[in-house]
Design a protein around this ligand. Sequence first.
Ligand code: GLA
Ligand code: ZN
Length: 701
Amino acid sequence: MTDMTDRKEQINFGKMLHGGDYNPEQWLDSPEILEKDIEYFKKAHINEVSIGIFSWSTLEPEEGRYCLDWMQEIIDRLWANGISVILATPSGARPKWMADKYPEVLRVDEYGKRDFFGARHNHCLTSPVYREKVRIIDRMLSERFGKHPAVIAWHISNELGGAAHDCFCPLCQAEFRIFLREKYGSIDNLNKAWATTFWSHTYNSFDQVEAPSRRGENGLHALNLDWRRFVTDRYADFIKAETAAIREGGSILPTTINMMYDFIPINYHKLAPLVDIISWDNYPSWHKKEEAVTAMDTAMQHDFMRSLKKAPFLLMESCPSATNWQAVSKLKKPGMHEASSLQAVAHGSDSVLYFQLRQSRGASEKFHGAVIDHYGGDDTRVFRDVTRVGEDLEKLADVCGTETVAKVAVVYDVENRWAMEQAQGPRNAGLFYTETALKSYAAFRRQGLNVDVIDESQPLDCYSVVAMPMLYMLREGFADKVRTYVENGGRIIMTYWSGIVDETDLCFLGGTPGGLMDVLGLRSTEIDGLYDWEMNTGIPADSFSADGTQDKAYPKEDGGPIISGTKASYTCTHLCDLVRVSTAQPLLVYGSDFYKGWPALTVNRFGEGKAWYVCADFEQRLYDDLYRAIAGEAGIRGPLGEVPEGVEVTTRTGGDKDFIFIQNFRRERVAVALPAGAEILCGEYDGTIDSFGTVAASVRK
Ligand code: GLA
Ligand code: ZN
């Protein structure tokens, strides 16, 4: 077993992991299948297997009767064949006997009804019985397997938070009150922070507070926010308890939880510090839209996950073929599996792992794609695709453990999203927060720049440029952090519908963006919600004439309009902010409506830095042009310079080398010039890259 004095060091597993979820408990009566699987794994260059994720009823078929020998046998056999194991704690799904004997382990819904037994990921997070049962089994697994040379990490539970509803049982409600008491100290403080005099909802004591419910209180937005924070805190507490049980059992191996795509119910930033490695499950709907569009969206998720710890992560699950839970189970076209897998690696993953290695025979995932399907052979298209990825990963061994250096970032904050989406504000028909953040992300990526996707709690001073689209809620300390950042030379791009409320959703008084009006050199006076069919434009500010609605005409010096081709005009939809500038210079003005001539894009010098303000929901082209100009001004350049449309360029850095990944997500071949001195590690290149092709090359720095 590896001696692990420093857990951080272990996190570079020394090889790109290739493998994934495996459920041998479904095949214990077919030893020939289990044996054959290992043969296939080796053929497909699979070097890791994740087991135990849903094994509880096999590990403990009756209360207190433990059966771990089958697992020992599997782990021994895997190890004898050089295959590592990520071992899961089984808390993601419980045995029936437990639910029957201890109903408190089942969740209660917001209407007060307790669930029946069934499904998964749905245990009460507070139940002392569940916690104790989990503690016992986790500790036992740790004692028995924590020092096995095959085992390299712990997979805590499964997709935490992925249930139909939170738990609203009396135990959880009591914990919620404790959480609030600790947070607010007195009920007066809570009443003020939550604005409870509205509709006479004032509380007299913490004991009166109930969780939000559609049948009860749901109009106190701050209550809803604190409930989400509380639920996150419950998960955090659960992770801590599971980790403690693993440590009690003697294992010091690294831990992870598998996170999910753009997952809103919990704040992953609060969970990230509690695990050693970030991992996530990626199931893009390839071929639904243009592949380049799906690739951009997926890339942003990879970068969000990587930015949680600013460290390599693991792709814990992905589908080797088609899932069976999307509306249409689309097969991946030739080359797509490899492109999708290597995209994860390009963005910082040290693994390509699948759900699932062998397809289950019955129940709800029997048609979910797998490395080995019901046919049971290795002469399949999917098996060949998987094998090819295994070979690629071996060629990319040097990339393992390397970091991703980003000089630009996009702030994409889940608490802000919780607040904004319930706010009942300028556009209940859709605010398009994610889409707007993606526009900023894409504008950077189209230049081949690495991008961190961070939240308001993370540092800014490591970046040259930070985009902060639609930051409706400024969390404690964020405005000050932004001010200092710009003062010291940072560049920010902020947009409409930013700086409106504080952390408990109380509106800022005295003008918005709250605390940042001088940094941006303007004040937002009103915001116009546009109907779906409405549109406005941003036209060059030199066509602007002071019309009495603004204080003064705007000087053209100060670098002049930053967007190249001053004749450009851009369309905008959904939301138009009507700002009054103080020191900011308009670069674009609105082209129509009663606010024609009002600023639509501005820039303000503040301290050593600059702050741009995008007043409306502009088309992608505006972001592309603006961010290219800003990156140019900041002297930031991607490794390829101009990036052809539909191509992704991503860089990982290790020692004296950069590893550059160039991926063609277009449906046709594309010509790309590699940087001088590039040494190709994997992929085919002849001055062009095939559709869905990837070229990974190393370049000495
Ligand atoms: C999730 C789960 C897996 C499996 C897959 C199917 O990622 O963690 O157990 O259900 O979805 O895509
Ligand atoms: Zn509960």
